[in-house]
Ligand binder design. Structure first.
Ligand code: HEM
Length: 536
């Protein structure tokens, strides 16, 4: 059979062959091809190659763990991460102990069981905390929360003095002043008798509480008002996936502006605390004071040791901490604000909703307050008093278990991480230990989807330390956990004594909205009325 006239066109030339111009024939063929092809067809071919590569990499990395067989090209479930739904997360956690997604070529493994979550949180040689890119821009790359290993643990040692019992006792009067101000406001807002969503109010009170606890009177009312008003920009900027650059007038731009203001304010306050604590007889009142005082005590001790006045290991030696710059302090305080704000606002919202829906529980909180305060509702709250409120504590812990504010904690894989015997998460991926399933494990917390403060008193919930992942575990466990629980107890106790509140449920009250943390979908419609003359 005669060969087709054009058969030569299909013969692949040997690589070394050249044409008369000395150009290799292979290159000439490609040149011809490129010249013949339109820009569009080249672009489409490249695009198709990238899609195939992205898809193949996803399938290869996924291995046998749960997850969609194929991903939506490139973006994966990006839109789901912009508008996250609790139900989708829930379905993912229960789809397998390990499951995965890939968003914009970022491979994400979700570890859902208690033990796998604990393993991730306790594997600092493989994993480091990973927040969304924009959070690094807001918090600054130098922030201690992004440190790793020894540098991180050394930095944290310097923070030990900030949440001691003595320090927390000193924060209580400032907290109470904020409750007074906001309780009055809530009653005022409710004067018309019309229910309104209180979630924004709970966010505001928590910003004010943090500013007071962190900076005391160094921070001006105007600065607190500014941070209160604009903090929501910071939360709103934290989409799971952002564009890599901050585009003016977008959410990330507003978030960055708000973060810059917070950092500048805290830096000024840090210097004021240093000046104030240098005065004779200065009494520490806020976190900044305690921080500065512990630096001063360490310095003074070092001087005495050097002068031979005391032995370095003599009893009463303060924690040896180094000097921190105002910038370091302000970044750390911003990390506190960042870590606490959404989580505490979430817990506050659920707590007020649940207490309103369960008058039997509220009645027990009130009864306990009357007992512990010996009938004097104006008795000042102290740490001793808080220690003697087992029911109020149980109510707070059950709220945190039932509606854990932080559902998941993203980590970045530094080197291939053998999370189980049969599966290794590739370096460069994201691993997300999930806290919710451990806190809703029916074997550990029977009837887990019911809010039962009693389980902490009559049951054995208190003993289930391995499942108590509300505040994480491992080297990055929550620094403010005791403070957070005491703050919620104090707020609930004071509100129970001085306020009544009614919840006006809507069809969305029980639905869970994910906005960095979790809130009732309808933002919790309440009406507050005074119980005592204090807020009448
Ligand atoms: C109900 C309130 C709170 C909840 C549920 C909560 C939960 C968490 C969780 C789950 C983590 C991650 C732990 C890990 O990776 O193992 C964390 C870290 C952290 N939390 Fe909290 N938190 C709360 C309040 C606070 C408060 C009030 C503060 C400070 C005043 C705070 C400061 C921090 C800091 C600084 C970290 C990062 C620690 C580090 O990387 O070393 N949190 N928190």
């Amino acid at each position: 059979m005669e060969a087709p006239a054009s058969s030569a066109e299909f013969n692949t030339p040997a690589p070394a062959e050249t044409n008369i111009n000395g150009v290799p024939i292979a290159s000439a063929a490609i040149n011809n091809l490129l010249q013949g092809a339109s820009v569009w067809s080249v672009a489409l071919t490249l695009l198709a190659a990238c899609v195939v590569y992205d898809q193949v990499m996803y399938i290869w990395r996924k291995g046998k763990i749960a997850g969609p067989m194929f991903k939506i090209p490139f973006m994966g479930p990006f839109l789901e991460s912009v508008y996250p739904k609790f139900e989708s997360y829930h379905a993912k956690w229960y789809s397998g102990p390990l499951s995965c997604v890939s968003v914009f070529h970022k491979f994400v493994v979700i570890a859902s069981t208690r033990d796998l979550a604990r393993k991730c949180l306790n594997s600092p040689s493989y994993l480091r905390p990973c927040v969304v890119d924009i959070a690094i821009k807001l918090l600054r790359p130098t922030n201690f929360v992004f440190l790793d290993g020894k540098r991180h643990s050394d930095f944290r040692k310097g923070l030990n003095g900030l949440f001691t019992r003595r320090a927390m006792e000193s924060y209580l009067p400032g907290q109470e002043a904020i409750y007074d101000r906001y309780f009055k406001r809530w009653v005022e807002l409710s004067k018309s008798g019309k229910a309104q969503p209180f979630m924004p109010e709970f966010r505001d009170i928590n910003v004010a509480l943090s500013c007071m606890t962190f900076c005391g009177n160094y921070i001006s009312a105007d600065a607190v008002a500014n941070i209160t008003e604009n903090y929501v920009n910071i939360t709103a900027a934290l989409d799971l996936v952002n564009f890599p650059i901050i585009i003016p007038f977008t959410r990330t731009w507003y978030g960055k502006k708000s973060a810059d203001f917070v950092l500048a304010t805290f830096e000024t306050c840090a210097q004021q605390a240093k000046d104030a604590m240098a005065l004779p007889d200065a009494v520490p009142m806020c976190i900044l004071d305690f921080w500065v005082k512990s630096m001063m005590d360490a310095k003074e001790w070092g001087r005495k040791v050097e002068a031979g006045e005391v032995d370095a290991k003599a009893p009463g030696a303060p924690a040896i901490i180094r000097d921190f710059t105002n910038k370091e302090i302000s970044e750390a305080l911003f990390a506190f604000l960042f870590a606490s704000q959404d989580a505490t606002s979430s817990a506050t919202t659920w707590m007020f909703q649940l207490l309103a829906d369960r008058p039997d529980v509220l009645a027990k909180v009130r009864e306990e307050q009357m007992t512990v305060r010996e009938g004097d509702i104006f008795k000042p709250t102290t740490m001793d008093l808080l220690d003697n409120m087992p029911y109020t504590r149980a109510m707070v812990k059950e709220t945190l278990r039932y509606r854990p504010p932080v559902l998941m904690v993203p980590y970045e894989v530094k080197k291939d991480f053998p999370v189980t015997d049969s599966y290794t998460v590739p370096k460069g991926s994201m691993v997300v230990p999930t806290l919710y399933p451990a806190l809703h494990d029916p074997e550990v917390y029977p009837d887990p989807d019911n809010w039962k403060p009693e389980r902490w008193i009559e049951g054995d919930a208190e003993k289930q330390l391995k499942n108590w992942l509300v505040f994480g575990t491992g080297p990055h466990y929550c620094l403010g956990q005791h403070y957070a629980i005491c703050n919620l107890m104090f707020m609930a106790a004071k509100a129970a004594m001085h306020l009544d509140w009614t919840h006006y449920p809507t069809p969305d009250s029980e639905k869970i909205k994910v906005f960095a943390t979790i809130f009732p979908e309808d933002d919790c419609h309440l009406v507050f009325t005074p119980r005592t003359e204090l807020f009448a």
